[in-house]
Design a protein around this ligand. Sequence first.
Ligand code: GTR
Length: 328
Amino acid sequence: MKYFRKIVLASAAAALMIGLAVSAQAKEWRGWNIHVAGYPNTVAMDKFAELLKEKSGGRMTLKMYHAGTLGSQPDAIEQVRAGALEIANFNMGPIGPIVPEANVVSLPFIFKDVSHMWRVLDGKAGDMINEGMSKKGLIALAWYDAGARSFYDSKKPITTPADVVGMKVRVMNNDLYSGMISALGGNPSPMAFAEVYQSLKTGVVDGAENNYPSYESTGHFEVAPFYSNSQHLIIPETVCINEGVWKSLSPEDQKILKEAAQESAVLQRKLWNEREIASKEKVLKAGVKINEIPDKSAFQAAMKPVYDKYLEQNPTLKPLVELIQNTP
Ligand code: GTR
């Protein structure tokens, strides 16, 4: 019995030592990304991994899993929160239902344009959104650009809200987007990104909404050739890490991680600007009809119930909404 206890103690001590040695050694993380090879975010996340390894002398490494191979975006958000995955590039849209502060960026037409969004994120509103995320287990390291989202469909150009009446439109998982389509008289259909192509093709939905690079990279333009430039949503993206992992790091390592993420964001934004132009050219060449909507006021006016509901559910966030609206 005594002998047995000695063995148990000895192996426990050995296990502890191995554990300590491992944690002092390299950290190997897994990273989630929804986009395909060559997409600005994919290239930038690979750059992030490269910089991380370089700057930490190989102590922190990130293995990227692209094209949503580790699951849908809503699932991946839960996985990063739970620590089953460590790092990801997420669109702020599907984070909104979990983080009410972050959901302000999903209010249609809240930003005047993309540069307004950057001014807002660089200020106090950005800090409030990041704080909200950290309360839910996600530490934001950098922002990526995702331009503006517009409607596209297989039936006809959308010029006024009346054109959306009766249309089945795919949205990302977030009640605000379902509310947005309902407010225009359409039928919202929340669905994972990976399912949209087939659903457009088979008529399960008539349309969807996204920026030019995603419209192009997914091939949605082949099955929904009417792109109507509504620019109703300007949603930033985040590069984030599980909170527990972040807290386990030394301040020096946290600094390296943040620097690597932010340098990757500089690259992402450059590639994003180039890809927006290239994607638009590609879909035009393929025969897509782009419909400009110079006067968006009817669409904006129709969003009142969406704002009312959001503020009714989150009365304490009224100052945040106003802060954004009043940011010049
Ligand atoms: C893209 C975004 C993805 C995903 C996708 C979607 O623009 O980069 O993260 O949110 O839209 O519509 O699901």
